[in-house]
Design a protein around this ligand. Structure first.
Ligand SMILES: CC(=O)SCCNC(=O)CCNC(=O)[C@H](O)C(C)(C)COP(=O)(O)OP(=O)(O)OC[C@H]1O[C@@H](n2cnc3c(N)ncnc32)[C@H](O)[C@@H]1OP(=O)(O)O
Ligand SMILES: CC(=O)C(=O)O
Length: 533
């Protein structure tokens, strides 16, 4: 059976740029476009030339993609102007892209309210715009804005908007669920009806995620006949985002019904690049990756429940819908109060500790984890603190740095400046050291007290110099009678592998200090700093 071709259209650089909090530079756009081209998508919508200097400059650059067609985006011509005379359309033509995607109204309510023109004028604008670009040999796509809402309100008018573009030679008519309120069964019904007027091979879907159904709606649309799917990396996009291509692409490759019926230009091996592609976008946006993204999130193949881990050890298929390696991701077994001994054994193996299943230390460690989680610790996000705890119970590990005493004060002077000072007495491998430091808050002062005096930690100084605290999070927990503070710290060093530690106490400074000292201890342990046990 021959497979039908599906076309992937990425709009991270256009609709993704409409996400609150996202502000791409030209350089960011170039990096993302290059990753998408390497992945092998069919179209990259680069932005809206003329709408802002970044997009204009991006289109002025020389692009040479191996796989993707660069596409410029804009809107239909304005009423009262000819297409030749519309500066918006000229900016798109000047951008010299092989493909052009034009948004236009297909809901009569919008024509009336947003544009304030007649239905006929809107049809004329769509038609003239399509004609203008087709005449210039552009691959023309019409993004039928609010198509599903428009079709529900006035089906014949919505269809005539599509036909106005299609009859002028549009290659693609893209049905947009602009407000994202349409549900999968409605998409199936409407796409099936539309395909009687416009062939499925010319139809696309652009789904927003306002009901959490953008991916489901895109799949429903493909199943009902459309052959172009629009979306973004990690589901970026206006409001709640767009369909997430990091979910759709692997689904097309790895789920039987789609894999047997469809083929993509993306090479099958390239889906191993999806996790990297997803993380690259977060890196560029300087935001923490969403661990829980399907397929590519760090927790997508994390197993926490004891029953799950016990079965996964026997065969990963028991709790994994695909092998994580297929999308460039990896399996992860976490330890927490939901664990059984299988979690502990598996985690220990990952960190290089081999132990007999019958060793009573496993039970001891499991009980310790559960008791600590009861008082506020949470080890499933604190791998380094877990490793230190495990090694202290199972084998031997030095306590490199011990805090004997500390004293922290906060002072506000008459100019309003607030300064925190800290003094700490540490015991470092048996030697007592006094440290002092200042900072913009008590925790920062304590951190500075230890680390600005790093030279005085004599034999450890060279190991701690490149340690950086990346993130610091505080949570107040109510455990029974009193409020408890949990502090989580993410650290990194020049080797670039981050580690996570945790501290819990009734006092925020004490909790912070515990998490900080675990971070220092872990760094010294992993870098094999010398110490007596
Ligand atoms: C569904 C979507 O996501 S579509 C993409 C939306 N993306 C963006 O809007 C991001 C980029 N946009 C911009 O930078 C600006 O909005 C610009 C440069 C395009 C236009 O800016 P301005 O000229 O200042 O207009 P403004 O944004 O205030 O209003 C939009 C205008 O376009 C008109 N318009 C909206 N859709 C269309 C359309 N499909 N065809 C023609 N005109 C349209 C509106 O009626 C309004 O006209 P008015 O100014 O006469 O009232
Ligand atoms: C074109 C587009 O982004 C939309 O209709 O949602």
């Amino acid at each position: 059976m021959s497979k039908e071709q599906l076309f992937i259209f990425d709009t991270t650089l256009r609709d993704g740029a409409q996400t609150q909090g996202v502000d791409f530079s030209v350089d960011d756009k170039l990096k993302i476009a290059s990753a998408l081209d390497n992945l092998g998508v069919d179209y990259i919508e680069g932005g809206w030339p003329g709408a802002n200097p970044t997009d204009t400059e991006f289109f002025q650059k020389k692009h040479s993609f191996n796989n993707a067609k660069l596409t410029s985006f804009g809107m239909t011509k304005r009423t009262g102007r000819s297409a030749d005379n519309d500066p918006g359309l000229s900016a798109l033509l000047n951008s010299n892209t092989p493909a052009v995607c034009i948004v236009g109204k297909s809901w009569d309510f919008h024509v009336d309210i947003a544009l304030g023109i007649s239905n006929e004028e809107n049809l004329e604008n769509i038609k003239e715009t399509a004609k203008h670009f087709v005449k210039e040999n552009k691959e023309f796509m019409f993004d039928a804005e609010h198509f599903f809402d428009g079709y529900k309100a006035n089906p014949s008018y919505a269809l005539s908007c599509l036909k106005s573009a299609f009859d002028e030679g549009a290659r693609w008519i893209v049905l947009c669920d602009t407000n994202g309120g349409t549900l999968p069964h409605e998409v199936t019904k409407i796409v099936t009806e539309v395909s009687k007027t416009i062939p499925g091979k010319n139809l696309g879907i652009h789904a927003h995620n306002d009901t959490g159904n953008a991916v489901a709606n895109s799949l429903a649309a493909v199943w009902a006949g459309v052959r172009q799917v629009q979306g973004t990396i990690n589901g970026l996009g206006e409001r709640c985002g767009n369909a997430n291509l990091m979910s759709l692409i692997p689904t097309f490759f790895l789920k039987e019904d789609f894999a047997t019926n469809f083929q993509l230009k993306i090479k099958p091996d390239n889906i191993k690049k999806l996790t990297e592609c997803s993380r690259l976008l977060d890196e560029i946006l300087n935001r923490k990756p969403n661990k829980h993204l399907p397929y590519v999130g760090a927790a997508a193949f994390s197993h926490k429940g004891g029953l799950h881990v016990s079965a996964v050890q026997k065969n990963p298929k028991t709790y994994e819908h695909i092998d994580p390696v297929e999308v460039g991701n990896s399996r992860n077994i976490v330890v927490s109060d939901q664990s059984g001994k299988s979690n502990i054994i598996s985690r220990l193996k990952t960190i290089g500790i081999e132990i007999e299943e019958s060793d009573p230390k496993i039970k001891k460690l499991l009980d310790e984890v559960k008791d600590r989680e009861f008082i506020g610790y949470s080890y499933d996000g604190a791998d380094a603190s877990f490793e230190l705890l495990a090694r202290r119970i199972i084998s031997k590990i030095p306590r490199y740095i011990l805090i004997k005493e500390y004293d922290v004060s906060v002072k506000k002077d008459s100019s309003g400046t607030i300064v925190s000072s800290a003094k700490a007495q540490l015991e470092v491998d048996g030697e007592k050291i006094m440290c002092t430091g200042e900072g913009n808050g008590p925790v920062n002062a304590l951190d500075n007290a230890i680390r600005q005096n790093v030279d005085r930690l004599n034999k450890y100084s060279k190991y701690l110099k490149d340690l950086k605290l990346v993130d610091y999070k505080v949570r107040i927990l109510n455990t029974g009678t009193e409020a408890i503070t949990r502090v989580s710290i993410e650290s990194t060093d020049s080797k670039g592998k981050n580690w996570f530690t945790i501290g819990v106490s009734a006092n925020i400074i004490d909790a912070s200090f515990k998490a900080l000292v675990d971070s220092l201890d872990y760094k010294l342990f992993k870098d094999k700093a010398p110490a007596s046990l």
